[in-house]
Design a protein around this ligand. Sequence first.
Ligand SMILES: *Cc1c(COP(=O)(O)O)cnc(C)c1O
Length: 226
Amino acid sequence: MNDVAANLAYIHEQIGAACHRVGRQESEVTLIAVTKTFPADRVREAFDAGQRDVGENRLQEAESKIPLLPAALRWHYIGQLQRNKVRKVLPLFAMIHSIDSLRLAQYTNEVARELGLFPRVFLQINLAGEESKAGFSIEELRASWESLLSLDRLEIVGLMTVPPAVDDAENSRPWFAALRALRDDLAHQTNTPLPYLSMGMSGDYEVAIEEGATHVRIGSAVFGRR
Ligand SMILES: *Cc1c(COP(=O)(O)O)cnc(C)c1O
């Protein structure tokens, strides 16, 4: 077994154990292998080991890898999305995790209509209000909610967050719990299904799963250090 296959097997074990601790089914959690900076042949090793969901955060890098790899891969766009990239991102990616403003959502909706697409998107939330990170604040999200729901081409599947970097995964737990609480609250108040939570990376995915993550985005634990 190569490193990538062994790493994936190990991560699946940890995902299973985390699910078991909180009474969830492993099938509720999608592992997205984040392939940024790693060449197509490493991605293929993951594919050969059964991995199907992969994440990239730059369009250009994805554009160079996608044609070299099996069409059965599902690509997730997880990086900051610039307006001028939307038209190219929409047809290539199965899901966008990083819709970070009402303006971007409205623009993506327009482009999706022109292209005849119904993209599945997450709204990215900047829970800690970090200057360096994109995302809706909780107040912005609440203020934008009705307008977001009126966007007829976007299927808003859930919320995504990248919490402040920490040494101890336990310190991420309050942020993950907060994203879940926000999702539960919005879904309940506005009677909208909002099934997914995209949260958790190499250092803290087990904690994220304990707090309800449905999509974990894992790079270095699969492919090694960048
Ligand atoms: C790079 C990246 C990840 C994966 O990070 P690792 O620590 O390597 O697992 C997850 N989410 C986003 C948005 C990223 O940019």
